[in-house]
Design a protein around this ligand. Structure first.
Ligand code: FAD
Ligand code: NAP
Length: 510
């Protein structure tokens, strides 16, 4: 059974209540939690008012359903009657009403791209759009279709293929230079091949049912200076192929990443290790026929089925350990993905995750995020401010800075926690600071025991101005901050007060 409290969900301080980019969530009435919604959708009640029929909805009809008690919204070509959902929507009724009687796809992509609305709203499905809905005045400047770059555009990526006796190579010409192995995600399932290349904020997709069987293992090669990606498949039988295969959904499309949808693959839980009293290091194994690398500072979504509904939450992969403890990897690189995850006994997702047995599966999405490594170029002083599990994006930033940033003079982490027992990887951090003189660590506790001699309190002007000392006057600085949303917001505000520029600060949010 799920241990989900029935009232005031999410909790007043829950990150589900306060979303990124200042989009506040509203308090929900009692009995209006996600679990209450799941129960209602299971009750057999006719939530669409269509008595189970699915209809083709015209643009004119859609426009007429624009009131709170009669509100239809089109998302990616499907129309939902969201009136029964109004009171359960964590963003509030007014936000849903912004798309009443209209195409809410762009608005939805802006704020909920990763929410599994198909599962959440399946009982509210009225039907599909009979014709492509027009964009309502002023609200959605671009439709999904017109946003797709014209395929005849010579700057659009393209692909080709060739074969030898034993292999087939698919060549993707991205026509851009800033491509690397982390820009490419390849999944081979049975004989269906999906290769996605992220090119700035667009996604190019090859999606094909291959004409012949191939072996599970394939390789991916990126020739960075010409922006060429090779996916090299091994034939199961050494016979010539007449064609590559049949195109599948969105094959050869080049569309904004936000419209591309998230692709999930099932990963197996390999190990789970206690790190603190409530935080664990989870190791997941990617399927053998997947190529996926998560860029530094990016996150993925984990998806589990909770009493039949799919629940999705974002998590930031970390390296297996910090550099000081780094051993020769026992497991081959890029096949395993690690997460430091805090288990909230009353949370919706993490108790379910914690209940998984070794060998069970979790779905892992392709990476998302807006952190750009190029912002660290030439940086001399790197300051990291983390609270609680807000430490997770700092792990790879820290490792990257110490191994790849030749300009780096100093990297300092100020790590805020409630008590000493809550500090993740304390020993590793202290060892690293001892071994590498470029790294300093400062712990700050908000609820320390009487024996604690270190810094106390919350993020404040006094703590920050003492901590943010440059190694050289006028050195080039960069600051990263991550933690509960109010912590991150307050930290960024204080950094501005201390005269740091927006370009010098990265706040990690969803
Ligand atoms: P929730 O259901 O969201 O509950 C959170 C808190 O609210 C808990 O304290 C819970 O006890 C309380 N609560 C819930 N319901 C009630 C109620 N009715 N009454 C009172 N209290 C209640 N987390 C990590 O651990 N590691 C990461 O690497 C990580 N990366 C992230 C990356 C991004 C980009 C973002 C945005 C978040 C990340 N998070 C990470 C947080 C993570 O996504 C989840 O929010 C977190 O795991 C909590 O999920 P949950 O469903 O278990 O808890
Ligand atoms: P926590 O243990 O509850 O808090 C960590 C520290 O932050 C504590 O000292 C706490 O003080 C302090 N704090 C909390 N709210 C504050 C505020 N409003 N102002 C100043 N200090 C505050 O943290 P947690 O449970 O691990 O949660 C970590 C958060 O980080 C989650 O919300 C998660 O979603 C977020 N996160 C985001 C990303 C990302 O966006 N990329 C990645 C990972 C984690 P108190 O003792 O007073 O509570």
């Amino acid at each position: 059974m799920l241990n989900v409290p029935s009232q005031a969900f999410p909790a007043p301080g829950s990150q589900q209540r306060v979303a990124s980019q200042g989009r506040s969530k509203v308090p929900l009435k009692q009995g209006r939690s996600l679990m209450d919604w799941i129960r209602l959708t299971r009750s057999g009640k006719d939530l669409t008012g269509q008595k189970g029929r699915l209809i083709d909805v015209t643009e004119d009809e859609l426009k007429t359903h624009n009131k709170k008690d009669d509100c239809w919204i089109c998302i990616r070509g499907l129309v939902y009657n969201v009136s029964p959902y109004m009171e359960y929507h964590p963003g509030g009724e007014d936000e849903l009403m912004r798309a009443a009687g209209a195409d809410g796809t762009d608005l939805f992509n802006e704020v909920h791209r990763w929410v599994n609305y198909e599962s959440m709203l399946k009982e509210c499905l009225v039907g599909r759009m009979a014709t492509k809905p027009a964009a309502p005045k002023g609200m959605y400047p671009k439709s999904q279709v017109t946003d797709t770059l014209p395929r005849e555009d010579p700057s659009s990526p393209s692909y080709d293929w060739f074969q030898t006796e034993s292999s087939v190579t698919i060549v993707i010409y991205t026509k851009r230079k800033n491509i690397n192995l982390a820009s490419v995600m390849v999944d081979l399932q049975d004989d269906s091949l999906r290769a996605e290349v992220v090119i700035n904020d667009h996604s190019y997709l090859i999606h094909i049912e291959l004409s012949h069987e191939v072996q599970e293992n394939f390789s991916v090669r990126v020739i960075e200076n010409v922006g060429k990606v090779d996916v090299i498949l091994q034939k199961r039988e050494n016979i010539p192929w007449k064609c590559l295969g049949q195109p599948l959904e969105k094959h050869d499309s080049f569309i904004p990443k936000k419209d591309a949808g998230l692709y999930y693959r099932k990963c197996q839980l390999i190990s789970k290790e206690d790190v603190t009293h409530d935080t664990r290091l989870f190791c997941l194994m990617l399927p053998p026929s997947t190529h996926l690398q998560v860029p530094v500072g990016h996150h993925v979504y984990l998806k589990l089925s909770v009493t039949g509904a799919e629940i999705v939450k974002p998590y930031t992969p970390v390296s297996e350990s910090l550099l000081s403890d780094f051993k020769e990897p026992v497991l081959p690189p890029n096949k395993y993905i690690y997460f430091l995850i805090k288990i909230y006994p009353d949370g919706l997702f993490t108790p379910e995750l914690d209940r998984l047995q070794i060998g069970d599966f979790v779905s892992v999405s392709s990476p998302e995020g807006n952190f750009k490594l190029s912002r660290l170029q030439e940086v001399e002083d790197l300051f990291l401010l983390a609270a609680g599990t807000g430490f997770t994006p700092m792990v790879n930033v820290l490792n990257y800075s110490l191994t790849h940033m030749s300009s780096l003079r100093k990297v300092k982490l100020m790590f805020f926690n409630k008590t000493e027992d809550d500090i993740i990887w304390r020993c590793q951090l202290e060892k690293l600071a001892f071994k590498d003189k470029r790294f300093d660590i400062e712990f700050v506790l908000s609820a320390p025991s009487s024996e604690w001699n270190g810094k106390r309190g919350h993020v404040s002007p006094a703590l920050l101005s003492e901590f943010l000392q440059r190694s050289l006057e006028n050195s080039r600085v960069f600051l990263c901050i991550c933690g509960p949303t109010p912590f991150t917001d307050e930290g960024i505000r204080l950094l501005h007060d201390l005269n740091f520029d927006t370009e010098e600060i990265h706040g990690f949010t969803a």
